[in-house]
Design a protein around this ligand. Sequence first.
Ligand code: F6P
Length: 373
Amino acid sequence: MTQVLKPIKRVAISTGGGDAPGLNAVIRAAVLSGLKRGWEMYGIRDGFHGMLSPEQYPEGGIIRLTRDRVRGITHQGGTIIGTSNRNNPMRYPITLPDGRQEEVDRTDEIVRAFALHQLDALITVGGDGSLAIGNVLSQKGLRVIAVPKTIDNDLDKTDVTFGFDSAVAFAVDGIDRLHSTAASHGRVMVVEVMGRYAGWIALEAGIAGSADIILIPEIPYDITKVLEKVKEREAAGRFFTIVVVAEGAKPVGGNVSVVEKEAGRAERLGGVGEKVSAEIMELTGKETRLVVLGHLLRGGTPTAFDRLIALRFGAAAIRALAEGQSGVMIALDPPYVKYVPISEAIGKMKQVPLDSDILQTAKDMGISFCEPD
Ligand code: F6P
């Protein structure tokens, strides 16, 4: 952690990666806390895109964030400054004259843009990708504070990320609604949820929503075990089954299901729900229906829990700058927020530990993860 002493006058906020409920709350708390210290607050449009291609924005790629602009946004989903999970400045995709695609590093341009706009500090709000960008920019001399965000809850060094609670709450509501229709028709209902390579959303929503089967990336599944569970339930007079499947779940010896891989961005997961429901239908002979919750998990109003974490993180980012911190990420270590070096938080995905009591709770209650024998 570096101590930087130059006085701060202008601070820019960037929100990057997939949006998550609570981003606007971070922006509001950071802007109000910064204004209170007499600082000018700015927002970079669409991750860092506004800085790299300002001509594409009628108002310019960097907008002034006033008290008026952040009024009434705590409860709003999305981000008022926009976000992007493409065009990562560390691996920016360009098309060569011969049509080939290449990735180039444009982080120096960001450092120059900060100097041009006389911006003294950056608050980068995002997942692993945005934190890695923040880390590089901090190594290149910018004063950077990172705020962790993702519905996936897969970031290390923080107890939880905001957006996760809202995603789980929405998924549980969806699963609750599926129970009655599944029971009425005696069907298998498969619910696919996001989460990338971590099973947090599937696990917590599955337990809270009383699923019978949960498939997560941390435990490769044996599809024939679904049949066992369905039969076991039928023997007990239960003719429907609810299966929650994480988008990153994979069969034993198999791979994750990928929709696409585009230059300059992470691979997009999806399709496992379709695969699993087709296999279940074939194995059990039961009518099976699939619901992919997908981006619904990222939309809508943040829960009170997420709002509060987001507001705390936004205010803490400004306090960290005022204290002369740089290169650190705000983390939740209940009941406190603390600072951890960004370099320690990146590159390590936080998956569900196999000895987690949450996992054990599910198993104790008879929920199947379809583990092979
Ligand atoms: O990281 C958040 C997340 O919603 C993941 O759960 C999901 O795999 C990914 O983003 C989807 O990204 P996109 O916005 O490109 O569809």
